[in-house]
Ligand binder design. Sequence first.
Ligand SMILES: C[S@@+](CC[C@H](N)C(=O)[O-])C[C@H]1O[C@@H](n2cnc3c(N)ncnc32)[C@H](O)[C@@H]1O
Length: 247
Amino acid sequence: MSSVVWDRIRARPWLDEPPVDIGATVTMLHSEELRMLRWLVREHYTGAGHIMDLGCFLGGSTVALAQGLQASGKPGWIETFDLFQAEDYAGELYGGDQFRAGDRVRHIFDRNVAPYSRLVRVTDGDFLTAPLPDGPIEILFVDLAKWHTLNDRIVEELFPRLIPGRSVVIQQDYVWSCCAWIHVAMEKLKSSFSYLCHVESASVLFGLDRPISREEASAAKWSVMAPGERDAYSRPRSRPGAARSGP
Ligand SMILES: C[S@@+](CC[C@H](N)C(=O)[O-])C[C@H]1O[C@@H](n2cnc3c(N)ncnc32)[C@H](O)[C@@H]1O
């Protein structure tokens, strides 16, 4: 769907902005992703629903979102979720002399986010069982749907609370090969969403056009779909003339 609101985001106006200064915070996000998060909260967010930061690691996404909120002068806070326990790859790639795989990293997050602590509400633990805030959601940043059960909870419990014509879902793992359940759910629900844009290096933004009922959301869960249905949604569209390589 084309709308003035979505077209403004499609233009990726954050590309003209300076980088987000995240200080000493180590992040897995690309510089454009940080600028996009800051811009979305500063310019698009109205306070009509929550800002959700699902999977913050050491706080890179949190700092970018909080800087946007601070600059906007609008009321609200960032709802941030993480296990705060370094996964194997995180320990190897980002730990340095600070932490190893399996270590708790909450203290590093707290240090990084300290300048914005009054703008951030942290839920520390497994997202599968974490308490969720009530009410609508306006900005939904998804960076922890690394397993289908996590994505199922997001789809079932959060998607029905998105606001038509307003809510933006940022799927951080969309241009990444890890998490087919995200694409399958978004394809199943595609009549409710508009594709907005791709942001370097992995995020894709969607705007909600039409409300998603609880029944529709439940039917988009990976765990309830038969394998054949999952395949149908994840099959690449054929490219005319493309030669097949491999078996
Ligand atoms: C790719 S990282 C997030 C990167 C972060 N957004 C940044 O700005 O650098 C994914 C995060 O998801 C978290 N995560 C994975 N499974 C989780 C679960 N079951 N509950 C809560 N957090 C989880 C991990 O701890 C990890 O920090």
